[in-house]
Design a protein around this ligand. Structure first.
Ligand SMILES: NC(=O)c1ccc[n+]([C@@H]2O[C@H](COP(=O)([O-])OP(=O)(O)OC[C@H]3O[C@@H](n4cnc5c(N)ncnc54)[C@H](O)[C@@H]3O)[C@@H](O)[C@H]2O)c1
Ligand SMILES: O=C(O)C(=O)C[C@@H](O)[C@H](O)[C@H](O)COP(=O)(O)O
Ligand SMILES: [Zn+2]
Length: 371
């Protein structure tokens, strides 16, 4: 996929950083690291997973080595279960053994799992060292931007983490050509989320262009990724630490994270669980007086992207309800839900009754039975 390079900026004062999006960027990684001031006297550590390593690790290692950097690499098992304190501890050990110091950078080469995990290592090793995101999934247009980094606890997603912004997001879209179709679909879930929370026209565009996006049409894909990154960057710039506005990026996540934890990490991909969560949120929104057709249109969009919109019959409603109590938006005894009011607009609501959520969960199961 050969394309022009676009650079967006996450505006965070002296911690602002570029998101560079284009084809062939792995081949010029050293130049991009230098441009953001990563020194070459201290070793760098690339963290990647065992699916991505055979595809892109050697290319990145040799580019950086040829560019004058000293590089060590750590390969973790692919999959959500890797976002754990156990793997985190292994990576800290490898960083110490490799002699990483406070001028070193950690590079995350992979999807959101590697990005969140490596970012948490970078954010805590010696109280925080430089961090570079090198995303290789569609979903990672979301996860690589904004500095939320974490590992999971068996009881709750992303429960152990920090905010640690990267200094560069280097998004080589050529890497996306090797993504398995299920991962393509899961990534598009967060793309359409950016439309559903912020930009009605973009949500409509994702719907209209679903076949092109699913087929990895380069023009459509790059437009969608740039637009998604731009929306995320705007929101993060206005509310870096989720005091208020940033919570809207959590559309579908209260239920989605509960689904991931209750099902067992990895059974539902993150983007799949979030799609079910967004369907639930749209149903809730319509019932609370949102625009007519909100639920129906959201369902059509998600289905056009071939995403799940129902829950398996055997999913335990009360287990989901308990897991939702552990959501990071739960404050002062109140659940907070991101509820659509129309396509492209959401409210942050703390007055949703638990029974309304229970009822919606049951109805999402019923829909599967009748289809
Ligand atoms: N920090 C944030 O703001 C944020 C935002 C959204 C999601 N997340 C997190 O991101 C994670 C999901 O990320 P993901 O969907 O990228 O999952 P992932 O990192 O597990 O990647 C998906 C799968 O694709 C493989 N893969 C990655 N790149 C590939 C490529 N180019 N070619 C072939 N295979 C490739 C991986 O090995 C993995 O098996 C979840 O843990 C979620 O909580 C974080
Ligand atoms: O960046 C954010 O803010 C988001 O909410 C983006 C989400 O897509 C992402 O899954 C995030 O990791 C969820 O954050 P959490 O605070 O609910 O764990
Ligand atoms: Zn998410």
């Amino acid at each position: 996929m050969s394309t022009e390079t676009t650079t967006l900026t996450v505006e965070l004062g002296e911690r602002s950083y570029p998101i560079v999006i284009g084809g062939g960027l792995l081949d010029s990684a050293a130049e991009h690291l230098r441009a953001v001031g990563v020194p070459d006297k201290s070793p760098l550590m690339i963290v990647t997973d065992d699916n991505v390593a055979p595809l892109y690790l050697e290319k990145l290692e040799s580019e950086l080595t040829n560019g004058g950097y000293r590089v060590v690499s750590a390969v973790v098992p692919a999959g959500e279960a890797t976002k754990s304190l156990t793997v985190y501890n292994d990576l800290i050990t490898q960083a110490i053994e490799a002699g990483l110091d406070r001028s070193s950078a950690i590079l995350a080469l992979g999807g959101g799992v590697v990005g969140d995990l490596a970012g948490y290592v970078a954010g805590t090793y010696m109280r925080g060292i430089r961090f570079i995101q090198v995303p290789t999934t569609i979903l990672a247009h979301d996860s690589s931007v904004g500095g939320k980094v974490a590992v999971n606890h068996p009881l709750a997603k992303n429960m152990i983490g920090v905010f640690h912004q990267p200094e560069l997001v280097l998004y080589d879209v050529d890497t996306l050509s090797t993504l398995p179709p299920r991962e393509v679909r899961a990534g598009l879930s967060e793309m359409v989320k950016h439309g559903l929370i912020w930009d009605r026209a973009f949500a409509g565009w994702c719907w209209d262009n679903a076949p092109r996006l699913l087929a990895l049409d380069p023009e459509a894909l790059i437009y969608g990724l740039e637009k998604g990154c731009a929306i995320k960057a705007q929101i993060v710039s206005r509310d870096e630490r989720e005091n208020d506005l940033r919570a809207i990026l959590n559309l579908g996540h209260t239920l989605g994270h509960a689904i991931e934890a209750v099902a067992g990490y990895g059974r539902f991909l993150h983007g799949e669980a979030i799609a079910v969560g967004m369907a639930a949120a749209a149903l809730l929104g319509e019932e609370r007086g949102g625009e007519t057709g909100l639920y129906g249109e959201t369902m059509l969009m998600l289905r056009a992207l071939e995403l799940p919109v129902t829950l398996p019959e055997d999913m335990d409603t009360e287990a989901l309800m308990s897991a939702m109590q552990r959501d990071k938006k739960f404050r002062e005894g109140k659940m907070v839900y991101i509820v659509p009011t129309e396509i492209g607009r959401v409210e942050i609501a703390n007055d949703v009754e638990a029974d309304a959520i229970r009822d919606i969960i049951e109805r999402l199961k019923e829909k599967e039975e009748s289809s």
